[in-house]
Design a protein around this ligand. Structure first.
Ligand code: PLP
Length: 482
């Protein structure tokens, strides 16, 4: 029997621990204990490391104290009215929390302002774009027509012809980085990955996943890559090709690396175009920069290999998503035809969210180039307002020229940090001014911050932190530097 032969083989693999099935195996028999027992003390692994780290990093609350247990339906299999009412009340309460948490959100670069009501009719469909966006698979419930339309829009934005680019809608900015760096690695298999110190953690994760040699490059206080240090590190590794992650907006300070200077540095160090690959991480500003005057241009007319952006950040989307665009010539190094799909496999994930492309398509149609331009201008204006008011209140703050990320002294009260969902690093925190962040919301936040801050520093025992080492003494208003 094929089945038992298989199990015998398996039991061999597992050192005889699996019982060999007998001939009277009944495939319709019900497992007596359908719900496995609760594991009391799971996850020993990594404890020690976690504890070590948590001394420096303030971690969020343990969700096990507030999680919503799954309760089994009654034994008679009836879905009772009681249960239905219970579930409805849980959801209603959850919805209220979401509204409250949305109102007090400032720290992460998510545009929370959108209306996709027209798309609610699609939630009954399991839309899946598994495989290559440009080659239909045998699974018919897909949204490739929307996906490719969106990709074409981005290809135009970043100036690459329709027949010269390849790309797809990813699950997030991280997936774009994982893909961009993988393409770089496949094109230059023995390449060294260069990334600045202030690069998003997903890039260093890619280096670990792909076991690539990775060289960290220093940054200036503004958060931009330091090309003098980059040059020194390139010259020390001249024998190996270079794969570079360029930040179009760093996560913490919103700094934009000077793409032209990066390319110039590579050329100066003797790297010809076939010996380097540049991935532009535009998760945050990839869709803001094109609309900022004076901003350096991200374009495929320059020798770059790929660009990625997050869809749920500036654009705004109820589910995380992103866009990754690369050159057609590169993607062939990575892809394999898959008979089971009748499509090509060149993406990181297998199944791919087919709803996300429709959401992006919907927003692009509604706002268009002009709409984004207006929103970017509003964000930059409001960011300046926030920075000025912080400074006026005697609070250290910095705002990079091309950015809407306002960096300021970390509030000493973690409860306040949690209430406003501020992202913190060391002595600094930031607010990312997105289209949903209005002057009213900023005033609400500022009034509360200023009021609370007066109580934090009332008895002079606690002083506002010095942030000169993070954002420069000219931006620091601590007792020493003001
Ligand atoms: C947010 C961010 C990412 C990761 O994007 P996700 O969509 O959260 O995966 C990558 N790089 C930068 C610069 C980011 O700000």
């Amino acid at each position: 029997m094929v089945g038992s032969a298989l199990f015998e083989a398996m039991s061999g693999d597992l050192g005889g621990k699996v019982e060999i099935l007998s001939e009277d195996f009944d495939p319709t028999a019900v497992v007596v204990e359908p719900v496995p027992p609760v594991v009391e003390n799971g996850g020993e692994m990594g404890r020690e490391e976690e504890e070590k780290r948590s001394k420096e990093i303030v971690l969020g609350r343990n969700v096990h104290t507030t999680c919503l247990a799954v309760t089994e339906p009654d034994a008679n299999d009836e879905f009772t009215g009681d249960k239905e009412a219970y579930m409805a009340s849980v959801l209603a309460r959850y919805r209220k929390t979401l509204m409250e948490r949305t109102k007090h959100h400032l720290g992460y670069p998510y545009n929370l302002d959108f209306d996709y009501g027209a798309l609610s009719q699609l939630q009954h469909f399991s839309i899946n774009n598994l495989g290559d966006p440009f080659i239909e698979s045998n699974y018919g419930v897909h949204s490739r027509q929307f996906e490719v339309g969106v990709l074409d829009w981005f290809a135009r934005l970043w100036e690459i012809e329709k027949d010269e680019y390849w790309g797809y809608i990813t699950n997030c900015g991280t997936e774009g980085n994982l893909h961009g760096i993988l393409v770089g690695r496949e094109v230059l298999p023995d390449g060294i990955l260069y990334a600045s110190q202030e690069t998003h953690y997903s890039v260093f994760k890619a280096a670990r996943m792909y076991r690539m040699e990775c060289v960290k490059v220093a940054t200036s206080l503004s958060g931009e890559i330091d090309c003098a240090d980059f040059k020194a590190k390139l010259l020390a590794n001249k024998d190996k090709p270079a794969i570079i992650n360029v930040n179009i907006g760093t996560t913490v300070k919103g700094a934009v690396d000077d793409l032209d200077l990066v390319i110039e540095t590579l050329e100066e160090c003797g790297f010809t175009h076939d010996r380097f690959y540049i991935h532009c991480d535009g998760a945050l500003f990839g869709l803001m920069m094109p609309f900022v005057k004076r901003a350096p241009k991200v374009t495929f007319k320059k020798p770059i290999g790929s660009v990625s952006v997050s869809g749920h950040k500036f654009v705004g989307c109820p589910m995380p998503c992103g866009v990754q665009i690369t050159r057609m010539e590169h993607i062939n190094a990575l892809s394999r035809n898959v008979e089971y799909l009748a499509s090509r496999d060149a993406t990181i994930m297998g199944s791919r969210n087919g709803h996300a492309p429709i959401f992006l398509w919907y927003t692009l149609n509604r706002k268009g180039y002009k709409g984004f331009q207006k929103e970017v201008q509003k964000c930059l204006r409001n960011a300046h307002y926030l920075k000025d008011r912080l400074r006026d209140a005697g609070i250290s703050a910095m705002l990079n020229e091309l950015s809407s990320t306002v960096v300021f002294e970390r509030p000493v009260d973690d409860e306040f940090v949690r209430r406003w969902q501020l992202a913190c690093q060391g002595n600094i925190a930031h607010v990312v001014v997105m289209p949903n962040v209005t002057i009213e919301k900023l005033d609400y936040f500022l009034d509360e911050l200023i009021e609370k801050r007066n109580t934090w520093f009332l008895d002079k025992k606690v002083q506002p932190p010095c942030v000169a080492a993070d954002i420069g003494s000219e931006n620091c208003l601590c007792d020493l530097h003001k």
